[in-house]
Design a protein around this ligand. Structure first.
Ligand code: 13P
Ligand code: SF4
Length: 333
């Protein structure tokens, strides 16, 4: 039974029984219910550590597409749960908190995008995975930061393209492909906050440090990067590169996996403009941080909140997602 108070809050807030080993209980429930836990790199370390799989947006979608579990528990944000539900309509897809949205996905409303597409009928529509199912339903191909360049390169030269909603990722792809895609004016509140002067000061203090930048960051931050990549791409670089210090300009949750993979290296989170504000952690995504171990326990126990996608929207949205997964097979090999 779903309580009104849960509906109102958007998550299950039952007290965790005393004297239980919460991690052992979570794993026990996963086994009993044939459930898998997927987590994005931006969730807190304890959530990443208990997950069956931790990855970037592309890897999470690829994993969901092939799992034979009956229940997928998506520790991340709502659009990730929607993507899983679209790929696996017959499975139960759970998220930990319905309030875990995404400022980037919110920056592109489906009705506004539809009007924009109607103004440019000769354009293909490429949407970043950080979008609602309704936006994906208007899209020709979905991309993530891991495969965006590869997928855009797969379009014939001269193809007219609308790219949304992230203007920074779109600008980056334009710069590396020489295209002139029409960019939607959207962005992520976390990646838009990094301070160029503070990063430059850090670099002056740590001259040997490599600067790792996610393409959702604005162009001036991209310009000083040693490498620009998805969370998985930045993690790989930090493992493979011989440097011992890294300044990391993306959501700070990724430092958990970096530090785990390379305990002998130093990872410094790039500072946002507002670090002077007491209590502010502006390089943290407040939506991702809504994923906690206690919510994970309750979500698994009560099998709520579920993610539902209107079947008519899902039928349209699965095509551009599958197209992305299909094209990305060549990227892997
Ligand atoms: P990636 O993990 O695909 O790089 O995406 C970053 C992000 O903002 C997820 O919300
Ligand atoms: Fe969305 Fe930005 Fe949070 Fe990623 S970091 S989930 S893009 S708000």
């Amino acid at each position: 039974m779903i309580k009104d108070s849960w509906q109102e809050k958007g998550y299950v807030d039952e007290p965790i029984p005393a004297n239980i080993d919460i991690k052992a209980e979570i794993r026990r429930m996963c086994k009993e219910k044939n459930a898998v836990i997927l987590a994005h790199y931006y969730t807190e370390g304890a959530v990443q550590d208990i997950a069956d799989f931790v990855g970037d947006s592309l890897a999470l979608a690829q994993w969901a597409a092939k799992t034979d579990a009956d229940i997928i528990v998506m520790c991340g944000v709502h659009f990730m749960g929607e993507t899983n539900k679209i790929l696996c309509p017959d499975k139960k897809v759970l998220v930990l908190d319905l309030n875990a949205g995404c400022s980037l996905a919110d920056s592109c409303n489906a009705d506004d995008l539809k009007a924009f597409i109607e103004e440019h009928p000769d354009h293909k529509v490429v949407s970043y995975v950080n979008t609602t199912a309704a936006v994906k339903a208007l899209t020709d191909v979905v991309v993530t930061s891991s495969n965006a360049k590869f997928i855009i390169d797969s379009f014939p030269q001269g193809e007219k393209i609308i790219f949304g909603p992230d203007k920074n990722l779109g600008g980056y792809i334009n710069s590396v492909t020489g295209r002139e895609m029409l960019l939607w004016n959207g962005g992520c509140h976390v990646h838009g906050q990094f301070s160029l002067p503070k990063i430059l000061q850090l670099k002056a203090d740590h001259p040997n440090a490599k600067i790792l930048v996610h393409p959702e960051c604005p162009a001036p931050i991209q310009k000083i990067a040693d490498v620009i990549g998805s969370t998985a791409g930045l993690l790989k670089y930090s493992i493979e590169n011989e440097s011992t210090e890294f300044i990391v300009a993306t959501e700070s949750g990724i430092l958990h996996e970096m530090q785990k993979a390379c305990p002998q290296k130093t990872f410094i989170p790039a500072p946002p403009e507002t670090t002077e504000t007491v209590g502010c952690s502006c390089n943290e995504c407040s939506f991702m941080k809504l994923n906690t171990l206690s919510k994970l326990y309750n979500t698994l126990k009560y099998e709520w909140p579920t993610v539902e996608v209107d079947p008519a929207i899902s039928e349209l949205a699965i095509r551009p997602i599958n197209k992305m997964l299909e094209i990305s097979k060549a990227l892997k090999s």
